[in-house]
Design a protein around this ligand. Structure first.
Ligand code: C5P
Length: 338
């Protein structure tokens, strides 16, 4: 243990420590279909990984049974409430033999993704810990097995394991991979001092729209089928094949039902969303439960232009803006030199 082992071209890991990129996601489509017996909402959603990524380093050692999380970000807890900690705890419970050989687990998170932002930053960190421990403990688990474990921790962690472009149903954990779209960009905006609790956003949606919920399994299945064979999935497939003929149609196909619950209570996010829609000809909306707003851009240069136009309209220093490409990967190894 401790020797350098080359596991991939240009990627090195020490035998007991591993660094991974944990990408954020946006939802290009989020339809709340109805109610579930477990109290969650049945979703039809399309996830897209983006190149805004945290770096998660996991080290395992023989020694006292202990999990530690080190993340210098002021809003990220370093205790057992951190999803990355809970991911390690789940792996220890599920694989006690491996855990007993290397029972000290140290997790370091370098945060680039905003927190409580609707971008699955914390979920992606947890996915990275599952993937890292699978490799470090040489468990040989498949993506599917990792995704089954991920689903025990949260609704969008399974997606973060595999990433790319995917249609998700159930709570968001039943995945149907779509051909990867990787040559579009997003511009993202979030007010630093504004975060939204996901449970609150769903609770508020229920208060307002429970009357519209589909409750029987047949209606829910037929909604999923309509999305699966619908215009957004068709357009994304065309884009994945390199055809941009219908790219401008994406604007009308973006949908996020949670905007209906969140925007009326957060005028600041609505104003930001409207500004993004004015500047991004390919469309803009809130991601997940918010408060991050994203706009679609045709390429990196276009994303930078949209970003500076938004900055001119809203010079507020509390507003952070980013650009990032769509990417075809979820959690993946980081070069050791970065
Ligand atoms: O699974 P996750 O921890 O991301 O979910 C956070 C909260 O969001 C849940 O406790 C639930 O209140 C709500 N939620 C929901 N339906 C989903 C996903 C999340 O009601 N499909």
């Amino acid at each position: 243990m401790g020797a350098n082992v080359t596991v991939n071209l240009g990627v090195e890991m020490t035998a007991n420590s591993l660094s991974l990129w944990a990408p954020a996601k946006v939802n290009l489509y989020l339809e709340i279909v109805g109610d579930r017996p477990d109290g969650f909402h049945e979703l039809s959603t399309i996830f897209q990984s983006i190149g805004l990524m945290d770096r998660v380093t996991v080290a395992v050692h023989s020694g006292p049974a202990k999990i530690s999380v080190d993340c210098p970000h002021p809003l990220v807890p370093n205790d057992q409430t951190n999803l990355a900690y809970r991911a390690a705890e789940l792996m220890v419970q599920a694989f006690p033999d491996a855990a007993s050989r290397q029972s000290t687990i140290d997790i370091a998170i370098a945060k680039n993704t905003p927190v409580a932002a609707g971008l699955a930053g914390g979920s992606s960190n947890a996915a990275a810990v599952l993937v890292a421990l699978n490799m470090l403990w040489e468990l040989g688990l498949t993506h599917q097995a990792l995704q089954d474990l991920a689903a025990k921790l949260g609704s969008d962690i399974s997606f973060c394991v595999s990433g790319g472009t995917a249609l998700a149903t159930g709570r968001g954990e039943v995945l149907d991979p779509l051909p990867s779209v990787s040559d579009l960009w997003v511009v993202l905006g979030k007010y630093d001092n504004l975060s939204i609790s996901t449970p609150w956003a769903y609770r508020r949606y229920r208060e307002l729209f429970e009357g519209e919920y589909a409750r029987d399994a047949n209606t829910q299945t037929s909604r999923h089928d309509q999305v699966r064979s619908g215009a957004m999935v068709r357009l994304l497939s065309q884009l994945a094949q390199g055809s941009r003929d219908n790219l401008d149609k994406i604007r009308a196909l973006l949908r996020n039902d949670l905007e209906r619950a969140v925007l009326p209570d957060y005028n600041k996010i609505k104003t930001l969303r409207d500004c993004f829609q004015g500047q991004a000809p390919l469309g803009a909306m809130m991601s997940g439960s918010g408060p991050t707003v994203f706009g679609i851009a045709a390429d990196g240069a276009n994303a930078k232009l949209i970003q500076s136009a938004i900055r001119q309209y809203i010079p507020d220093p509390d507003l952070s803006l980013w650009t990032a490409p769509f990417i075809a990967q979820g959690v993946h190894l980081a070069p050791s030199t970065v």
